[in-house]
Design a protein around this ligand. Structure first.
Ligand code: HEC
Length: 198
């Protein structure tokens, strides 16, 4: 009798475990199809700056220092680029940036310049080392809102030390989208610089 009871007990437990797995799998499948960290817009269409972007997937840091750009680079900082985890997952599965994808470009100045070329000496050698944060540019894919710029909207939340703006208006095509239309690698994004997105 005892053996029979524990057998029933074991199969009940097994069934429960299976049911729990099914619940988890369904949740996974849903998360895989739509962007979870959705862009937030105000009633008048401004984008709310995502504050937890640095917990997302980091894809790369192009750097265009002043010293290599006639002393005046448009963006002399490291351009640290992040994408939401769910958008990243969908892109890796489908090769397409889903609606609601956000690219957050955090601008980060070099730590210090010891030399004319803007480089500094540190324990690991001479080079460019990350320092203070200095602004943010953001791109959002929303084909319904931004039909005239290939489905992407472009926003600047300030090009200076924090604090940055909490919301920003979409910038006109000539300010941002035009250059992305002309030169980006894939669907308005410069994927050629982001090895993880290739
Ligand atoms: C003259 C060309 C040009 C203009 C104008 C331009 N960008 Fe870009 N953008 C680039 C290039 C090149 C990269 C990737 C390399 C880098 O960051 O240096 C990039 C990268 C980005 C990224 C990271 C995702 C991606 O597409 O690679 C964002 C976000 C972004 N730009 C937003 C903006 C915003 C907002 C504006 C307008 C204020 C703007 N850009 C104007 C050339 C441009």
């Amino acid at each position: 009798m005892k053996a029979k009871f524990s057998l029933i007990g074991a199969s009940l437990l097994g069934a429960l475990a299976l049911a729990a797995c099914e619940v988890i799998n369904t949740a996974d499948a849903d998360a895989g199809d739509t962007v979870v960290e959705k862009p937030q817009f105000t009633a008048d269409g401004q984008l709310v700056r995502p504050e937890n972007y640095y917990e997302w997937i980091y894809v790369g840091s192009p750097l265009t220092p002043n010293a290599l750009n006639g002393g005046e680079a448009g963006f002399p900082e490291f351009h640290n680029v992040y994408i939401q985890p769910s958008a990243y997952k969908i892109y890796k599965k489908t090769g397409v940036f889903p609606e609601g994808t956000i690219f957050y470009k955090e601008l980060q100045l070099v730590l210090r310049s010891d030399h004319e070329d803007g480089s500094a000496n540190e324990a690991s050698g001479r080079g460019y080392f990350p320092g203070a944060f200095n602004g943010a540019d953001v791109a959002v894919k929303d084909s319904a809102r931004f039909p005239d710029t290939n489905g992407w909207g472009y926003f600047n939340f300030g090009h200076h030390a924090p604090p940055l703006a909490k919301t920003a208006k979409a910038l006109p095509a000539e300010a941002c989208a035009a250059c992305h239309i002309a030169s980006a690698t894939k669907d308005m994004v410069f994927t050629k610089f982001y090895t993880r997105l290739q």
